[in-house]
Design a protein around this ligand. Structure first.
Ligand code: DAH
Length: 345
């Protein structure tokens, strides 16, 4: 047994040969030590059954530990030699201490992330995603939504007409009409999509932008449901202690109408350039669905009520991150976008 322990000690010292070995030497060493029949360590392990139980335990423990160390060392050296080969042979010119190259990681555009996040929050509140066409008729884009015939948005100065009474939709509200025409209440939908307006491309306007429309119609929906739903959204999206306020407003398709503001995230309401010193940021237009809109879609306005809203994900992204100019979201400068890079949710 003492011989066996001495042999193990000797073999342990020879581990040091491995990191220096070239490919040929490595393969010889492997045969010499771990070879199936004549390997030095193999033979020691083969001798174990002939030992007394106590000796077997001691020698066996040491021999098995050494075997694992050899296997690890062989594998590490093999890997090293293989990589040196990839880089031009015999380890030439490979600096193993050099920091690795950073790998390019893609991500979703900030606005896409915000759209997904908002839809996800409303999904938790029971809303389904819907979509509609970007080229609309005047009926869907305006009249069914209770716009008067002489509304300025109907002017070619304000909207992109593509011929006849077809235009690029100026908001996602026409999908309210398409939904109301297609499905009976109860309805709960969120409708993300692009909208188009003849606006100058400046710090706060773009001729094409994202909107998310929302619509809930059912028997017994009240103003309380409306306020609570949108305030819940704001707290889930911004922060649990986010303050919101509703200001009276006007839209042809809602009555009453309101705009919702959230307390400015940048100055916490104290007033700063981002919120134009008001302490508040407007994030959406909304209201109780006008009975005329329901009737235009064949929905009984005596029985059903509802609320609707429209919001701009670009503006909401700007509010959240303090981005001063909407054009940054369209320029595709990856140095800017990489700050927000994140994969699909
Ligand atoms: N469509 C409006 C716009 O683009 C936004 C809006 C306001 C949508 C009120 C609504 C709403 O559904 O109820 O300015």
């Amino acid at each position: 047994m003492r011989d066996l322990l001495a042999a193990l000690t000797e073999l342990r010292e020879r581990l040091q040969e491995i990191p220096q070995a070239d490919e040929r030497r490595l393969s010889d060493l492997k045969t010499e030590i771990l070879g199936r029949k004549a390997g030095a360590l193999t033979q020691i392990l083969a001798a174990l059954p002939r030992l007394e139980p106590a000796a077997r335990k001691q020698v066996g423990g040491a021999a098995n530990a050494l075997k694992r160390d050899y296997e690890t060392a062989f594998a590490a050296r093999e890997r090293e030699l293989k990589h040196a080969g990839d880089a031009g042979g015999a380890g030439a010119g490979v600096d193993l201490t050099m920091p690795g190259r950073a790998r390019w990681v893609g991500g979703l555009h900030l606005v896409t992330q915000v759209v997904d996040e908002i839809c996800e929050i409303f999904h938790e509140l029971g809303f389904t995603r819907a979509v509609g066409p970007e080229i609309e008729t005047e009926r869907y884009n305006f009249y069914a939504l209770n716009f008067p015939k002489d509304h300025p948005a109907l002017d070619a100065q304000d909207s992109f007409y593509v011929g006849g009474d077809l235009l690029l939709r100026t908001h996602t509200s026409p999908v309210q009409i398409r939904t109301l025409e297609s499905y009976p209440p109860p309805i709960r939908v969120v409708i993300p999509g692009k909208a188009y307006r003849r606006d100058p491309f400046d710090a706060s306007h773009a001729p094409v932008f994202e909107q998310i429309e929302g619509l809930a119609v059912d028997d017994g929906i009240s103003f309380v449901d409306f306020k609570a739903t949108l305030a819940t959204f704001a707290r889930k999206f911004f922060a649990p202690d986010t303050r919101v306020r509703f200001r009276p407003s006007f839209f042809p398709f809602t009555e009453p109408s309101a705009e919702m503001d959230v307390q400015c995230r940048i100055c916490q309401g104290a007033g700063c350039p981002t919120c134009k010193q008001t302490g508040w940021m407007e994030i959406l237009g909304s209201g109780m669905v006008h009975p005329a809109v329901l009737e235009n879609c064949g929905v009984d306005s005596e029985k059903y009520t509802g609320f609707a809203w429209g919001m701009g994900p670009e503006r909401i992204a700007m509010t959240r991150h303090g981005i001063p100019d909407i054009r940054l979201l369209f320029e595709s400068d990856v140095r800017f976008l990489a700050q927000f890079a994140r994969g699909p949710r």
